[in-house]
Design a protein around this ligand. Structure first.
Ligand SMILES: [Zn+2]
Length: 154
């Protein structure tokens, strides 16, 4: 990262903050050549682990499945977008940092349930009551998509 003023290639990061949730990081840098302060914006390139399904097959991680599963768990509740984003970022962060190469599909389910339980008991119950009923828990998100007409029992 060259200094825009003197072109020196060494700089020190003096502050880091994320913008737009977790997708972009802004760094404040100090040029070690001339002392000029400047900002850099870095976009996080997400690299996801391979998902190992219950039957042993491997597939690409599909973050849309996670998002769709969450959207259904939070169905009709107020401020749903915000809640889903919050959990979603937590889930993705936990998956990427804790499982850099491979992750079992059911572990994804566990991560989602843990975060849901901590933040929204109603969505958690909704998620669990669907998730637990499927033998192939690994395909929870796919099954979730078929459950669009599912309604909780009172
Ligand atoms: Zn400089």
């Amino acid at each position: 990262m060259r200094c825009p003023r003197c072109g020196y290639s060494e700089s020190k990061v003096t502050d880091t903050r994320s913008v737009n949730g977790m997708s972009s990081i802004r760094r404040k840098r100090l040029c070690l050549g001339c002392g000029y302060r400047f900002f850099t914006n870095e976009v996080v390139c997400e690299e996801f682990p391979i998902v190992i399904k219950r039957d042993g097959r491997e597939e690409e991680f599909d973050k849309e499945k996670v998002k769709n599963g969450l959207l259904k768990a939070f169905k009709k509740s107020t401020g749903v977008e915000k809640k889903v984003d919050y959990i979603y970022n937590g889930v993705i962060g936990s998956i990427v940092s804790g499982h850099p190469e491979k992750i079992k599909a059911e572990e994804i389910g566990t991560i989602i349930m843990d975060l849901l339980r901590a933040s929204d008991p109603v969505a958690y119950m909704r998620f669990v009551s669907v998730y637990k009923n499927f033998e192939s828990a690994g395909d929870f998100a796919f099954e979730f998509e078929k459950m669009s007409s599912w309604k909780p029992k009172n």
